[in-house]
Ligand binder design. Structure first.
Ligand SMILES: Nc1nc2c(ncn2[C@@H]2O[C@H](COP(=O)(O)OP(=O)(O)O)[C@@H](O)[C@H]2O)c(=O)[nH]1
Ligand SMILES: [Mg+2]
Length: 402
């Protein structure tokens, strides 16, 4: 990924579902104007989830995700369903291709019914689509059946028509959730003209030659909001403050040096951390803060789950694998049990755990993180994230702006 492109985690995820040969991959290719997905009339051509990033006018950065047919018998049933469910965990919008490839006669919507119900249950706005209208004899009937069955008017498309893309675009715009795009990292914490000091350690864990994504995104947003952004490392914080005519309105730092920065903070400046900002941007900050208090009631017999989004090779002083477990054990006792999972391995059943601590999720989209939070909430398991947990363990949670 280059720094000039929108990261996938910030794109609207649009997932295409339907039976084998319903035209899913062709639709993806038509929309993106590229041969991104292999199209063929051999059932089960799409056995893996293929995704394609693009910009859609009026919508912005999107990621289209193609899936294997939900009736695909060429992949093991369980594996297929799992792949589709995984794709849905991050879906902001679904495109449901209806009617399969029976182009004549009375349409069968049995499988579509099942998946439409699942999408509804997952609260994923769904655009119903009828494909292959150039060769289909039963288009009108299929449209009527879909209206009857799902109370929605489907979009009719064919792979060779440029109009199809425009119709799909309008339908996606209409299906967009109310709050889409209201997302902001710094929210109402800053106003135009505010001076914001970023105190960013560039230690052994920092990638060589660049800043990490949350820092880059925060800087960009502050510049867009016409703030004056000043940055320094913790060692130079005093000098940076002296170079300013008045204290900055806001200081943003890394949770790892939060205590140190708090000590140096001028009275008039508010203080927050990148991970706290991203907890709000990517997750449910209120649940995270509330859940961090569960740390206070941990016992030496408690069990913790640490979940990281990345599957990167652990660094020498890894926050999730080493620092947090060490801080917790120092407080609670050495026998505290800590399980670590990464990537897509997030357990369905969280009830064996007294607390879940998730990473900052810079590689996940908001939808994905909120899905995990919802699972924790519904199972009554507290869930927080690295930044909030460290803030609480260092006794500074109450001093942070969020
Ligand atoms: N005539 C026509 N054929 C289509 C259309 N969309 C897909 N097809 C054909 O239907 C077959 C299956 O398409 P594909 O996109 O691979 O379906 P998928 O299995 O749902 O991904 C291929 O032979 C495509 O060329 C369309 O709009 N019109
Ligand atoms: Mg396909």
């Amino acid at each position: 990924m280059s720094l000039t492109t929108t990261p996938n985690s910030d794109r609207l995820h649009i997932t295409i579902l339907g039976r084998v040969n319903s035209g899913k991959s062709s639709l993806l290719n038509t929309i993106t104007g590229q041969q991104s997905a292999v199209v063929s009339d051999t059932a089960g051509t799409t056995t893996d989830v293929v995704s394609k990033a693009m910009e859609l006018r009026g919508i912005g950065a999107c990621l289209f995700v193609d899936t294997p047919g939900f009736d695909d018998r060429s992949i093991l049933g369980k594996q297929r369903t799992e792949q589709i469910h995984k794709a849905l965990e991050r879906a902001d919008i679904a495109i449901l291709m209806c009617g399969g490839d029976s182009l004549t006669g009375i349409p069968d919507l049995s499988e579509e019914r099942t998946w439409a119900a699942r999408l509804k249950e997952k609260k994923i706005p769904t655009v119903f689509v009828v494909g292959k209208t150039d060769v289909r004899d039963n288009t009108a009937l299929l449209v009527e059946c879909i209206k009857e069955e799902f109370s929605q008017t489907p979009v009719c498309v064919s792979a060779d028509s440029a109009d199809s893309v425009e119709h799909i675009r309008l339908a996606i715009l209409e299906a967009l959730p109310e709050d889409y795009r209201s997302g902001s990292i710094t929210g109402d914490m800053v106003r135009q003209g505010d001076v914001v000091l970023l105190v960013m350690p560039q230690d052994a864990q920092a990638p060589k030659g660049r800043l990490i994504l949350p820092q880059v995104q925060t800087i960009r947003e502050l510049l867009d909001k016409k703030c004056i952004v000043v940055s320094c490392t913790p060692d130079d914080m005093q000098s940076a403050l002296s170079a300013l005519a008045s204290p900055p309105q806001l200081i943003i730092t890394d949770s790892q040096v939060f205590g140190r920065v708090y000590e140096m903070k001028p009275e008039g400046s508010r203080l927050t951390s990148f991970s706290v900002l991203f907890a709000g941007y990517k997750g449910d900050i209120r649940y995270f803060v509330k859940s961090a208090l569960a740390i206070d009631s941990l016992t030496p017999q408690s069990r913790i789950l640490i979940a990281e989004a990345c599957t990167h090779a652990p660094a020498t002083e890894d926050i999730g694998r080493e620092k947090i477990p060490r801080m917790l054990r120092q407080r609670v006792g050495q026998s505290l049990e800590v399980d670590i999972v990464s990537g897509a391995d997030f357990p369905q059943d969280l009830t064996p755990y007294d607390l879940v601590i998730h990473c900052g999720s810079c590689m996940f989209n908001r939808k994905h993180v909120l899905g995990r939070v919802e699972r924790a909430v519904s199972q009554g398991v507290p869930m927080t994230n690295y930044g909030i947990a460290i803030a609480h363990l260092s006794g500074i949670l109450s001093k942070i702006e969020y």
